[in-house]
Design a protein around this ligand. Structure first.
Ligand code: PLP
Length: 374
């Protein structure tokens, strides 16, 4: 039996998503103990989650009961946190699930999604899993979205325009004016604000005014809950009610709901960690700027994108190695020292690395290692 004959052909040929690996796997790869791993590849929160999360999880009495399919307590708490009415809010198993649900709600086979690379890989991933077509409209030199290019390529098969703000991996935000122009096209505009707490730029307050504007958020980054998978979106009420209809009834597990509620009861503590990360981002940026062969891009998120350039001080540049493999070489050298950053294999980001902001001591080790390359 040829399984390929049975599987949907577009899934046989589709490219796999490149996920990041957990600590223990990285520690094996670097042949270093877990304590010596500096994990700057996943935009995770170096301060972890609120201590109240551990208490809430230890004391939660109803693990044997299914979660609330209506997510009532969490949506109520999010109403207070976001300032958006709970009718607008739907929670998911990470915002990744909400990206998937939104696309499943709107896409028929062959329908199109506008993607603005370089950007987060889940938009093309979920589009293809849904049988849709990804239409890439690359960002410009400064990584701003190409508004004119997007508008030019829209047609009746285009259903959704996805834009991350701050964008991963470039760190820049979109303006309200840009989003309004997209909203005025009448297509569904999905603004992914996974890093909102680090930027304080949001389109959430506009959502109630339009029937086609969606804002996605997550607890993974600012609240340090990446491992528990909890995100939410702020949707026009009509879209929210369809999402509630098509989602798996128990999509957000009770531990994730309890952890999110505990986080929302400890916002001051978590905001303190966000402030530390933002301050460290600026310190890291200035240190990276001092390296002649590396250019950091300003970021409104918890990571910094860097382009690398061959320089006479770098040993790998003298040899026959082309500039093509410079980022990969640096990535490999850092990995040997237990420092994991994100390396990209796409043509557009061939000579770029993305570095998540860690604790000050992580920055110090990283900068020493980078200086040691020469
Ligand atoms: C990390 C990230 C997400 C994923 O969030 P989860 O809630 O962990 O699924 C979504 N969008 C962007 C742009 C991200 O970088």
């Amino acid at each position: 039996m040829d399984m390929k004959e049975l599987i949907r052909p577009e899934l046989v040929t589709m490219k796999s998503y490149t996920p990041i690996e957990p600590m223990d796997i990285l520690s094996q790869r670097a042949e270093l103990s877990v304590e010596r791993i500096i994990k700057l590849d996943g935009n995770e929160n170096p301060y972890g989650c609120s201590p109240k999360v551990y208490q809430a999880l230890a004391n939660y009495p109803y693990y044997y009961i299914y979660p609330d399919p209506e997510q009532r307590r969490l949506r109520q708490a999010l109403e207070k946190y976001t300032g958006s009415n709970r009718e607008h809010i739907v929670c998911g198993s990470g915002s990744d699930e909400l990206i998937d649900l939104v696309l499943r709600l709107f896409l028929k086979p062959e329908d199109k999604v506008i993607n603005c690379p370089p950007t987060f890989g889940m938009y093309p991933f979920s589009t293809e899993v849904c049988g849709g077509k990804v239409v890439d409209v690359p960002r410009g030199g400064d990584f701003a979205i190409d508004l004119a290019g997007i508008k030019r390529i829209l047609d009746e098969k285009t259903k959704v325009i996805s834009v991350a703000s701050p964008n991963n991996p470039t760190g820049n935000t979109v303006t309200e004016q840009e989003i309004m122009e997209l909203v005025n096209t009448g297509k569904i505009v999905m603004v992914d604000e996974a890093y909102f707490e680090f930027s304080n730029v949001t389109m959430a307050n506009l959502v109630p005014n339009y029937s086609n504007l969606i804002v996605l958020r997550t607890f993974s980054k600012w609240a340090g809950l990446a491992g528990l998978r909890i995100g939410y979106g702020i949707f026009p009420t009509e879209i929210a009610s369809y999402l509630m209809k098509i989602k798996q009834p128990y999509n957000v597990n009770v531990a994730a709901q309890a952890a999110a509620l505990a986080s929302l009861s400890d916002i001051e503590y978590l905001r303190g960690n966000v402030a530390k990360i933002v301050a460290e981002r600026e310190r890291l940026f200035n240190k990276l700027k001092e390296l002649e062969w590396l250019k950091p891009y300003p970021s409104s998120a918890n990571f910094i994108l860097c382009s690398l350039h061959c320089h006479s001080e770098l040993p790998f540049c003298h040899s026959e190695r082309s500039e093509e493999s410079l980022a990969k070489e640096i990535w490999r050298q850092l990995q040997k020292r237990g420092i994991f950053v994100r390396y990209f294999d796409s043509p557009r980001l061939r000579n770029y690395l993305r570095i998540s902001v860690g604790k000050p001591e992580d920055t110090d080790v990283l900068i020493e290692a980078l200086k040691g390359m020469c």
